[in-house]
Design a protein around this ligand. Structure first.
Ligand SMILES: NC(=O)c1ccc[n+]([C@@H]2O[C@H](COP(=O)([O-])OP(=O)(O)OC[C@H]3O[C@@H](n4cnc5c(N)ncnc54)[C@H](O)[C@@H]3O)[C@@H](O)[C@H]2O)c1
Length: 264
């Protein structure tokens, strides 16, 4: 018996990286998974891995920045097995990696549209279904970057601080509908996204001349009490907890999964 038997979870951005890890852990816990991603090819790769575990999986193409795409994808997701119980808002972008005042308006908008407004758009679109079925779980993937400001990634940091705040507001609004809303704040994971992050941390905005892995490891060694990087599966374990009945009386919380980099 898994903690999530008979549940259907929609994971945005589930095609690769952290979203893929979350999807695999939720499947291990007994859930069947809808991968909702802008990239269908990666999404099907994750879906096939889930099927190899003996669980069901499908793909819906979704651009979280487009309300029409979100509505259509969620209608398809609900129609798949007749219900959706868990929503994981994981899709995210970081944009270009530039310091100080050099962030472009385009990067700012992309971070805001995907990381913050996208989270709200997908949740809002699922609320009528969750209300009708008497409850559900929403887990937002924020970041330790949202815990405080820092040079280099103002647009990303602000979008993730917004995600933490949005989690609290939605927890207030959806609590009376028996919907728990919590967030996980990942620390540092060696995913595609990291290629954009590492130059900000190294202070070098020409990432092609930086040994990316070396910068990553140095940052972990200097800033992480447990001195090891986090994995998509680590994030998946925290999501599985929030999505389970064990967390039925927890809402509006944001949990750092970061080896102790942040302790607030
Ligand atoms: N990697 C890290 O160190 C780290 C740390 C903290 C938080 N996070 C957060 O975790 C989440 C996942 O990050 P990752 O490292 O796996 O990134 P990633 O770039 O490897 O994967 C992002 C996924 O989101 C999808 N996506 C992007 N834009 C989309 C859109 N408009 N609509 C639907 N899907 C879209 C992509 O296709 C991809 O599958 C993000 O929200 C990110 O901000 C990552």
């Amino acid at each position: 018996m898994g903690r999530l038997d008979k549940r259907i979870a929609v994971v945005t951005g589930g095609g690769r990286g952290i979203g893929r890890g979350i999807s695999l852990v939720l499947a291990d816990e007994g859930a069947d998974i809808v991968i909702a991603d802008i990239d269908r090819e990666n999404a099907w790769d994750t879906a096939k891995e889930i099927e190899q575990k003996g669980r069901k999986a499908t793909v819906v193409e979704m651009d979280v920045t487009n309300a029409g795409s979100v509505e259509a994808a969620l209608t398809e997701a609900i129609g798949w097995q007749g219900h959706v119980d868990i929503l994981v808002n994981n899709a995210g972008v970081v944009g270009s990696n530039v310091g100080g005042g050099a962030i472009t308006a385009q990067d700012w908008d992309a971070c805001y549209e995907v990381n913050l407004k996208g989270m709200w758009t997908v949740t809002r679109a699922l609320v009528p279904h969750l209300r009708e079925q008497g409850g559900g779980k929403v887990v937002n993937i924020a970041s330790i970057a949202g815990r405080h400001g820092g040079a280099g990634l103002a647009h990303y940091n602000a979008s993730k601080a917004g995600a933490i705040s949005l989690t609290q507001s939605l927890a207030h609004e959806l609590g009376p509908m028996n919907v728990n809303v919590n967030a996980v704040c990942p620390g540092l994971l060696w995913t595609d996204m990291w290629r954009h992050l590492e130059a900000a941390i190294s202070g070098d905005d020409t990432p092609e001349v930086v040994d990316r892995r070396q910068v990553f490891e140095r940052f972990i060694k200097t800033n992480c009490p447990l001195q090891r990087e986090q994995t998509p599966e680590d994030i998946g374990q925290a999501v599985a907890f929030f999505a389970s009945d064990a967390a039925k009386n927890i809402t509006g919380q944001s949990l750092n999964v970061d080896g102790g980099i942040e302790m607030n």
